[in-house]
Design a protein around this ligand. Structure first.
Ligand code: C5P
Length: 402
């Protein structure tokens, strides 16, 4: 197989024990036809030898800004290497390298190349479990995701420290698969139809007034982008919003009220494989809509309401093979309420965000979620950018469907 023929990969290796896995990764990438140029951080050679890597990659392995020849030093041009690459892949990415990348601490050739590179970047972290889970490290990973980089998950199992848990570098075969699917543009959602609802709905009282909510649509849009990057064919049904959606590569169906959202969703639902209902649909609408502006002098102090269709409930009731994910925005006792909704609406998973958490919920750029799949075990994530949260949600969905 030569699925990587003609592809240029810069492999950045930082100084962690998991670097011992990288010669095998280099072999696998070379076997697929890639050109692999390797940059080590200054201490990485203590874990894997440059000689091994240069023999396997058939390229010079770089560590410093200048080549070793003292009489006639040669500059290792990080800008040229960065421009040469089709993909920059950092494995293992230690906490230190992750932090340097996140904060542009340009103290070695690897970081200088990273900052110069204009190609996509993938990061495979590896470190001890408490280091990995530390909020400072998680925050840095989230920053990298917010720059548009792909942050791969870590493996779980025995660690060099003797502890057992999350933090292992993914195995070389799996790393290679991630690289292959990146170049194939065949993400795990290839051939899958994804339907996402987002934003609020506005229910008119009269031509100038409405019942609505503070939903911005940002979470749903982040989910749509991630689904697209994973290879999915996306329909985004979105209520009134102020987001820049013109250039989006997916199918956008703008709606205003719950009735229109219901209509658009049910049309797309029959063909959908995975549905995420992130919209904050108004639960009630005025029973009678006034065709002209209601005057203060004639207005009564009562608006009669009626229920809007519960779109997600209907999808749950009509479910065939679709994988159905709901959102639950709660103010208190969120877990019980979310589990209740998951059952009531016949969902496969539910994403809980609590308004009790600062930075979570509606108009913010961040969110803090708990994902609950059909095993009913909650996975709690820290506060992250909505882009990074979208990655987490899709990682969970893909893992659950496997
Ligand atoms: O019951 P509740 O409105 O809290 O449930 C939230 C979930 O149901 C969200 O996924 C939301 O998009 C969906 N929903 C819906 N139609 C409604 C109300 C909520 O699809 N009328």
């Amino acid at each position: 197989m030569s699925r990587l023929r003609g592809k240029n990969i810069v492999l950045g290796i930082s100084a962690g024990i998991a670097a011992y896995k990288t010669p095998l990764l280099v072999r696998l990438l070379k076997k697929e036809g890639a050109r692999v140029r390797i940059i080590l951080t200054p201490n990485a050679h203590k874990f894997v030898t440059p000689l091994t890597l240069s023999v396997l990659s058939e390229e010079e392995v770089l560590t410093s800004f200048t080549a070793e020849d003292k009489d006639n030093p040669v500059w290792n041009d990080h800008v040229a290497i960065g421009n040469w690459a089709d993909l920059m892949f950092i494995a293992p990415a230690t906490a230190h390298t992750i932090s340097s990348m996140a904060h542009a601490k340009c103290n070695n050739l690897l970081i200088a190349t990273y900052l110069s590179a204009t190609c996509p970047v993938m990061i495979a972290p590896a470190m001890d479990l408490d280091m990995y889970g530390h909020p400072a490290n998680q925050k840095n990973l989230e920053l990298l995701a917010s720059y548009g980089h792909t942050v791969l998950p870590v493996g779980e199992g025995p660690l060099a420290s003797g502890l057992v848990g999350k933090g292992r570098l993914l195995e070389p075969e799996i790393l290679k698969d991630h690289i292959l699917s990146f170049f194939d543009k065949k993400g795990p959602l290839q051939g899958k139809k994804v339907l996402i609802t987002a934003g609020p709905t506005y229910e008119k009282i009269d031509p100038v007034r409405f019942i609505g909510n503070f939903s911005s649509g940002k979470m749903g849009v982040a989910l749509a982008w991630r689904a697209y990057h994973l290879g999915g064919e996306v329909d985004l049904v979105i209520g009134p919003n102020t987001l820049e959606l013109v250039e989006s590569p997916f199918n956008i169906i703008p709606v205003v009220n719950a009735q229109q959202m219901h209509h658009a969703v049910m049309k797309s639902y029959q063909y959908a494989d995975i549905v995420i209902s992130a919209a904050a649909v108004a639960d009630f609408r005025p029973k009678n809509q006034s065709l002209s502006k209601i005057k203060k002098s004639t207005a009564t102090d009562t608006i009669h309401l009626e229920k809007t269709p519960d779109i997600l409930f209907e999808m749950g009731a009509k479910k065939k093979n679709q994988f159905l994910v709901g959102f639950a925005l709660e103010t208190d006792d969120g877990l019980t309420a979310a589990l209740g909704k998951m059952k009531e609406k016949n969902l496969d998973a539910i994403v809980l965000n609590s308004l009790q958490d600062a930075g979570a919920g509606f108009a913010t750029d961040t969110n803090k979620i708990t994902y609950i799949g059909n095993d009913e075990k909650p996975t709690i994530f820290p506060l992250k950018s909505k882009k990074a949260v979208a990655q987490d949600i899709w990682n969970e969905i893909i893992a659950q469907r496997h």
